[in-house]
Design a protein around this ligand. Structure first.
Ligand code: PEP
Length: 249
C-alpha cells in the first residue's frame, strides 16, 4: 500500500497560507508516498484548484452525516467532494470533545464520506486517564467497533491512532505503546473486514509528530504514516516528515 503523510491544519490559515501548499507541491513533484492536507473549510476549494495538477491531495476536517438539508453551519461530504476534496477527517478527538460527537455519529459521518466518494480518515484514541487505568485497548476497540461503517474498504478508509493526551502537547507514547495499539488495530480490522482489506488500510499515528521524531515512529510495525497537526502548517516542517516517511520505505 502507499504510505500516507496527512496534515490537519485545524482552525489555522487564511488565503495567505496557500503559499505553503504551493511550496509543498513544488518540493514533492513525484513523491513515493501519498500527501494529504486538510485545511480549514474556507480553503478547500482554492487549495484544491491550486493543486489540481500536483501530488498533494486536499481533504476536509469534518463533514455532516446527512447528505443535505437544514444544518446551519455544517458541510456535507458531497460538498467537500464538489470543492475538490478527496478525503475527510472524521471523529477527531477535538470534534468528539468540543462537539460531543459519539462513535455512532462518527460512523454515520464516515458512511456519508464513503457515499460521496471520499476517503474517510477515522480517528480513535484514548485519554490519559484511560491509559493510566489500563483501558487503552478496550477504549480503542469500542471506538473502532462503533465508528467504522460496513462500507469501509482498504481504498476508502484510513485509521488514525491519536492518543488524546499526545495531541498538541509534545508528549508521546513509547514506541512499544504505539506498536501495541497499531498491532491491535490491524488484528481488529482483519477480524471484521478480512485479512486482505485490513492489510491494505493505512494506519496513521498522530500526536506531536515532528521532524525530530518522525523517523523512529515510521520504523514501528504497522505504522503506515502520520496525521500531523502543528508540524503540517509550514512547508519546511512537513517536508521533513514526508522525507522521513519516504526514507522508511
Ligand atoms: C492532530 O490534530 O491530529 C494532531 C496530531 O496534532 P499535533 O500534531 O499538533 O499533535
Amino acid at each position: 500500500m502507499r504510505k500516507l503523510a496527512a496534515g490537519n491544519w485545524k482552525m489555522n490559515g487564511t488565503r495567505a497560507a496557500l503559499s505553503e501548499l504551493e511550496a509543498l507541491a513544488q518540493a514533492h513533484p513525484t513523491p513515493s508516498v501519498d500527501i494529504l492536507i486538510c485545511p480549514p473549510a474556507t480553503l478547500v476549494q482554492p487549495a484544491a484548484a491550486l493543486l489540481a495538477d500536483a501530488a498533494v491531495a486536499i481533504g476536509g476536517q469534518d463533514c455532516h452525516m446527512a447528505r443535505a438539508g437544514a444544518h446551519t453551519g455544517d458541510i456535507a461530504a458531497a460538498q467537500l467532494a464538489d470543492a475538490g476534496a478527496t478525503a475527510v477527517i472524521v471523529g477527531h478527538s477535538e470534534r468528539r470533545e468540543d462537539h460531543g460527537e459519539t462513535s455512532d455519529v462518527v460512523r454515520e459521518k464516515a458512511n456519508a464520506a464513503h457515499d460521496a466518494g471520499l476517503i474517510a480518515v477515522i480517528c480513535v484514541g484514548e485519554t490519559l486517564a484511560e491509559r493510566d487505568a489500563g483501558h487503552t485497548l478496550d477504549v480503542i476497540g469500542a471506538q473502532l467497533a462503533a465508528s467504522l461503517p460496513e462500507t469501509c474498504t482498504a481504498a476508502n478508509t484510513v485509521i488514525a491512532y491519536e492518543p488524546v493526551w499526545a495531541i498538541g502537547t509534545g508528549k508521546m507514547p513509547t514506541l512499544d505503546q504505539i506498536a501495541e495499539v497499531h498491532g491491535f488495530l490491524r488484528d481488529t480490522l482483519a477480524a471484521r473486514f478480512g485479512d486482505s482489506e485490513a492489510a491494505g488500510m493505512r494506519l496513521l499515528y498522530g500526536g506531536s509528530v515532528k521532524a525530530t521524531n518522525a523517523a523512529e515512529i515510521f520504523a514501528v510495525a504497522n505504522v503506515d504514516g502520520a496525521l500531523v497537526g502543528g508540524a503540517s502548517l509550514r512547508e519546511d516542517d512537513f517536508s521533513q516528515i514526508i522525507s522521513a516517511l519516504q526514507d522508511a520505505l
